[in-house]
Design a binder for this molecule. Structure first.
Ligand code: HEM
Length: 154
């Protein structure tokens, strides 16, 4: 079972919608992460020292955008090539930054759930099983690539 054109289109379409309001959705995304796993607060430099999820924080927005955008790019690759290709240097960087920051495998499930909840919030009635399936599959592939790299650097 490969990644279909329809799934790719749905993922791209939904990212286009969320992209319209990065400040709002990045805030929602991080609020969800902390709701699911309050302890994750200590991992992020921009959350560690503040009581609330900071509004309009460039680093917070950058991380949210990276997760969504790279998942979207993964969806495109899965459809085009049937596999995920992240440039070696990028993957090494992702592996080392997460390892260094104290991220462990279960955190990836937390972020996945937060991503899906944020999509649900942003898409409203446009959110459905197909959208969820497309994003889930793409995210799982990307997360696996990062986790594998983290193990190699260990
Ligand atoms: C940093 C991407 C998942 C925690 C970064 C950076 C990137 C990135 C590109 C470098 C800084 C930046 O550009 O914002 C991703 C992607 C993910 C993912 C694509 C999943 C597909 C996670 C997860 C966690 C996490 C699951 C833990 C809950 C962090 C932390 C940093 C970081 C703590 C350091 C940022 C700081 O403290 O300033 N990530 N990440 N990431 N990531 Fe992730």
């Amino acid at each position: 079972i490969g990644f279909t054109e329809k799934q790719e289109a749905l993922v791209k379409e939904s990212w286009e919608i969320l992209k319209q309001d990065i400040p709002k959705y990045s805030l929602h995304f991080f609020s969800q992460i902390l709701e699911i796993a309050p302890a994750a607060k200590g991992l992020f430099s921009f959350l560690r020292d503040s009581d609330e999820v900071p509004h309009n924080n460039p680093k917070l927005k950058a991380h949210a955008v990276k997760v969504f955008k790279m998942t979207c790019e993964t969806a495109i690759q899965l459809r085009e090539k049937g596999k995920v290709v992240v440039a070696d240097t990028t993957l090494q960087y992702l592996g080392s930054i997460h390892l260094k920051s104290g991220v462990i495998d279960p955190h990836f499930e937390v972020v996945k759930e937060a991503l899906l909840r944020t999509l649900k919030e942003g898409l409203g009635e446009k959110y459905n099983e197909d959208v969820e399936g497309g994003w889930s599959q793409a995210y799982d592939h990307l997360a696996l690539a990062i986790k594998t790299e983290m193990k190699q650097e260990d």
